[in-house]
Design a protein around this ligand. Structure first.
Ligand SMILES: Cc1cc2nc3c(=O)[nH]c(=O)nc-3n(C[C@H](O)[C@H](O)[C@H](O)COP(=O)(O)OP(=O)(O)OC[C@H]3O[C@@H](n4cnc5c(N)ncnc54)[C@H](O)[C@@H]3O)c2cc1C
Length: 478
């Protein structure tokens, strides 16, 4: 597949007079799988524009890495792009390495290869008259023409595209820098605002200390990557609670979904009642020798239902008090990464600190980072050669600087949930505007569904959303 692609119009020649069209904004997992479903379902007379502003097709931030040290945080047996064929990815991975089993955590770039393979196969097998056009450009805004059932997609560089449907699959956004009073650090080259940008870590000096902001999965990737590059300068990772993502259990197969707390669905919809029901069940199972991770895994299929039942005040209570604990138990790391990280901690190369960051001040030869440890009145200051922002993708759409999201929200074409977790959609993934009405032309899939479902981050959920949306679009555009 072309690494950088222009406006390539391929597949089959087509008579455009009778052709319907759909523009998919974003070619990460969600956009790619949605398009694969559309290609498979189309009987012809369909033009699909797959638009991506950066990086390679079928990768996104998650699978764009080339480092083999960056492994999936979901076992291979749970990473199929198709819910109805749970071992599709496992079979693909086994063709590369026959030793792979359902519980193996394989490199993320292999998953990018898998997505590329799915897209190419779907494209080559698509019906005559179905055209896929890859567009390397950024969508800046969308104009809806609801009466005509069309939309105009405005690009940063290319000519606007007139289409019948638009799907926003714009995915994960870069982390937001911490809100500090002195903002000079934001323009200092020693502050690495987005560690996922290509070559972002190349500026880190190997024998000089660094501060990493955040102790989640992004920190894990960055710390292990720096260590593998021979970094000897010492790393201090800081977060409010200093919580590390828990490790997955060792095993040849992924956890089952069969250990849902029996009383959970009937429990009063409050954050604390949910927590109590989950804890009670996990403790009971622990006494029977069953791992707590089985309980957390079993919550996945019912999480959207539980989330939707919570009143807004309870959702914000959950986000304020329980979210950090939820994140580290739900979004875990491969056991191999856990072991490697603890080796760094034991060797004193990595220090994990529970503290509040108070300032990052540029000095001539360093960045001076001050923080106050939990339950201590005194601040500490360290001088480092770089500060790396590993706070994870920005998850409050109201804080995003992204031109497309800002445009959609400011013109009322889209609206967000009370907590700003995502963009509101109806049950058919139609974007809900500020009037409360679902759009006839704009739809959405991917992590921006978080406000509706809470659990809309990883492949096991995103594949279902992409498939359902494709089914609806395919029948509308048939
Ligand atoms: C580092 C990392 C590792 C992860 N690891 C796993 C894992 O192991 N297993 C798992 O299940 N999940 C993992 N995830 C979760 C991840 O959210 C999903 O698996 C999935 O990759 C999300 O895909 P997406 O297509 O919805 O979004 P993204 O992958 O973010 O893709 C969105 C794409 O849209 C493009 N785009 C955005 N705006 C525009 C615009 N205006 N115009 C044009 N293009 C635009 C972006 O450039 C990007 O390529 C990981 C996430 C991250 C960040």
């Amino acid at each position: 597949m072309r690494e950088r692609f222009g406006h390539s119009l391929d597949t089959h020649s087509v008579d455009m007079t009778e052709t319907h069209s759909v523009a998919v904004v974003g070619a990460g997992f969600s956009g790619t799988i949605l398009v694969a479903h559309l290609l498979r379902r189309s009987r012809g007379s369909l033009r699909i524009y797959l638009i991506n502003k950066s990086g390679r097709l079928a990768r996104g931030v998650a699978y764009g890495t080339r480092s083999s040290r960056h492994v999936l945080n979901v076992p291979a047996g749970r990473m199929s792009a198709f819910a109805e064929d749970e071992s599709d990815f496992l079979r693909f991975a086994q063709r590369r390495d026959p030793g792979t089993v359902g519980g193996t955590f394989v490199p993320r770039h292999l998953y990018g290869d898998y997505l590329e393979h799915i897209l190419l196969s779907a494209q080559s097998e698509s019906a005559r008259g179905t055209v896929l056009s890859h567009v390397a450009d950024e969508v800046l805004s969308i104009d809806e023409l609801p009466d005509e059932g069309t939309a105009i997609v405005n690009l940063a560089h290319g000519a606007p595209l007139a289409v019948n449907r638009v799907v926003i699959a714009a995915g994960n956004y870069a982390p937001t820098p911490p809100p500090l009073a002195d903002t000079r650090y934001l323009t200092d080259s020693r502050f690495i605002a987005d560690p996922w940008k290509p070559k972002a870590l190349d500026a880190v000096v190997g024998d000089q200390p660094v501060v990493i902001i955040g102790t989640g999965l992004t920190m894990v990737d960055v710390a292990l990557e720096l260590a593998a590059r021979g970094h000897t300068g010492g790393m201090t990772a800081i977060s409010r609670r200093g919580l590390l993502p828990q490790p997955h259990r060792h095993g040849t197969s992924p956890p089952s979904y069969g250990h849902l707390p029996p009383d959970l669905i009937a429990t009063a919809p409050t954050a604390s009642d949910y927590l109590r029901a989950v804890r009670r069940h996990a403790r009971k199972l622990e006494r029977e020798g069953i791992d707590w991770r089985e309980v957390v895994a079993s919550l996945r299929p019912v999480t959207p239902r539980l989330w939707r039942a919570l009143p807004d005040a309870e959702k914000s209570r959950f986000l304020r008090h329980l979210r950090p604990y939820w994140e580290v138990h739900r979004h875990r790391m491969a056991p191999e990464l856990w072991a490697a990280l603890h080796e760094l901690v034991a060797a004193g190369t990595l220090q994990l600190v529970a503290a509040r960051l108070t300032s990052v001040e540029p000095a001539e030869d360093s960045l001076r980072v001050s923080f106050r440890r939990r339950e201590r009145a005194q601040s500490e200051t360290v001088s480092v050669s770089a500060v790396i922002n590993c706070t994870g993708p920005e998850s409050d759409v109201r804080r995003l600087k992204d031109p497309l999201v800002r445009d959609l929200l400011s013109r009322g074409l889209a609206s967000c949930d009370a907590a700003g977790l995502g963009i509101r959609v109806d049950d058919a993934y139609r974007v809900i505007g500020s009037t409360g009405a679902p759009s006839p032309v704009l739809s959405l899939t991917g992590p921006l569904l978080k406000g509706e479902f809470w659990e809309a981050t990883a492949v096991p959920e995103l594949r279902v959303h992409a498939a359902r949306l494709a089914e609806r679009l395919a029948s509308e555009l048939a």
